[in-house]
Design a protein around this ligand. Structure first.
Ligand SMILES: Cc1cc2nc3c(=O)[nH]c(=O)nc-3n(C[C@H](O)[C@H](O)[C@H](O)COP(=O)(O)OP(=O)(O)OC[C@H]3O[C@@H](n4cnc5c(N)ncnc54)[C@H](O)[C@@H]3O)c2cc1C
Length: 447
């Protein structure tokens, strides 16, 4: 499915002219995909119109408690509810709060996973997620939800080819994901404000995009509540047990909650909430994100004139409408800390690295002011895959997390998959093993 630069120029020009004519770029890509170069068949849309019966009732409706209103918890809660469960979500601070990993301003949505053992599966799911985000916006318009997904395209730039590049291309070829291999001339032609002359290889994925993360989860929370769900603020922990069954969840300073099933989706709090089980199975560190100011009136580094990008050690993307918070640069960060008490500012000594990225790749932004920064925890699993499994000692408790720096984009797909598993409606049983909570811990296998 890869397209050489010269063959793709026409498609590119057509896409740009639809932008200029005011035609939505997402619709353009959707149209070209329908014409035969698209992603696989989509799965269901997300917000259902107001007033329509949302849930498909199958037998008795279970009561389910979901602890954690990040991308894992909220999307799962919404899908559980639509499948007929009565769902209460409880979060210590609230949906998309600024201490959570899902509470960042933006998250990238790309399908390039040549660096993961389970990369082929993630490539497939990420492709489905792109369709779901697009549908979410289309249906959300009727409910006056803010637009959250922007099809920016994603440009991976490297000095030379590598296992990651080759494996990503192989996976894209297998799945049928459209992509282009671009030359330096082509990059210069499309985005003259990107400095590529010190690099050697570029892969472009036109359907990739960026999601306004915090707004997206606020919208999911709103839809969940509109459709009958309950969201409560409180810190929850394992409460009364009866053998291998959890009878209730303890809420700090409040009434306990009873559920037939309880899901813990605690993100970087897992090692703190379940120390003996998770301290060595989830590793947390802090990532640093910078949003640089654009020169007044300069739209080159804003959507739709700039793709999201990846260069060694850094990813980022254009400023997004409507508020154009800034040109995003994410660099490494610092060791993890207690997610309840860690400071979320970025010390000045860590400002040097993103400025080097500007200097090397986006020289017209050298000296740009920092509009804002975000520091948040990653929560990585040993396998770098998600954890979706029963608690080893409690049959009616599930543990959901291990996003490994990538889970936000998968929310709409993950939520449905998890909801079906929890309700014994799993139609992809072959996937479960990959998400198992294994005995493996950090320290083994040199991880
Ligand atoms: C800098 C950075 C960049 C990233 N970039 C991307 C990207 O480009 N694309 C992408 O897809 N992903 C990206 N990720 C990863 C993605 O954001 C995470 O994988 C995902 O958001 C994790 O969601 P979660 O639901 O597991 O955790 P969280 O969002 O942290 O949610 C956990 C929630 O549980 C609550 N909680 C915890 N314990 C309790 C308790 N005991 N009682 C009540 N509530 C509790 C917390 O308050 C929190 O709201 C990035 C992450 C970081 C840090």
């Amino acid at each position: 499915m890869g397209v050489e630069a010269s063959n793709s120029r026409r498609l590119w020009e057509l896409g740009k002219s639809t932008e200029r004519m005011g035609i939505d770029r997402r619709r353009f890509i959707g149209t070209t995909m329908a014409a035969g170069i698209g992603l696989g068949a989509g799965v269901r849309a997300c917000p259902v119109p107001r007033g329509r019966a949302a849930a498909v009732q199958t037998g008795r409706s279970p009561d389910i408690v979901v602890v954690g209103a990040g991308t894992f918890g909220l999307w799962t809660a919404l899908h559980l509810q639509r499948l007929g469960a009565r769902v209460t979500v409880i979060d210590a601070y609230g949906p998309a709060n600024s201490r959570s990993t899902s509470g960042g301003e933006t998250r990238g949505v790309r399908t390039s996973y040549g660096d993961r053992e389970h990369g082929l599966h993630w490539t497939r799911w990420a492709g489905q997620a792109i369709e779901r985000w697009t549908e979410w916006d289309e249906l959300g318009r009727d409910r006056l939800l803010p637009r959250v997904f922007f099809t920016t395209g994603d440009l991976i730039m490297r000095e030379e080819t590598s296992q990651y590049i080759e494996q990503t291309r192989a996976q894209w070829d297998t799945v049928g994901t459209p992509y282009e291999l671009l030359t330096a001339d082509e990059i210069e032609y499309r985005w003259p404000w990107i400095r590529f002359d010190n690099l050697g290889i570029a892969l472009y994925e036109p359907a990739a995009g960026v999601v306004r993360a915090r707004r997206a989860l606020e919208s999911v929370a709103q839809v969940f509540e509109d459709e009958g769900g309950t969201i409560q603020i409180g810190r929850a922990s394992i409460g009364v047990r009866d053998g291998r069954s959890l009878q209730s969840v303890t809420v700090e300073g409040g009434d306990s909650l009873r559920g037939d099933i309880t899901l813990f989706a605690c993100g970087p709090w897992f090692p703190k909430e379940f120390p003996s089980l998770m301290a060595n199975r989830i590793r947390i560190s802090i990532g640093h994100v910078f949003y640089f100011a654009l020169p007044p009136g300069d739209t080159r580094f804003a959507f739709p004139n700039m793709p999201s990008y990846g260069v060694p050690g850094c990813t980022g993307w254009p400023a997004l409408p409507p508020d154009h918070r800034g040109f995003r640069v994410r660099t490494g960060g610092r060791p993890g800390d207690d997610p309840d008490t860690s400071d979320r500012w970025i010390p000045p000594e860590s400002h040097e690295r993103p400025r080097q990225v500007l200097e090397r790749h986006f020289p017209d932004l050298v000296g740009a002011a920092i509009n804002e920064t975000r520091a948040c925890h990653y929560e990585s699993s040993v396998t770098r895959n998600f954890i979706i499994d029963h608690h080893p000692d409690l049959d009616n408790v599930w543990l959901l997390g291990g996003g490994s720096a990538e889970a936000f984009k998968f929310g709409p797909v993950l939520g449905e998959y998890i909801a079906k598993r929890v309700l014994d409606m799993d139609d992809e049983p072959e996937l479960a093993e990959g998400f198992a909570l294994t005995d493996e811990e950090f320290g083994a296998r040199g991880r």
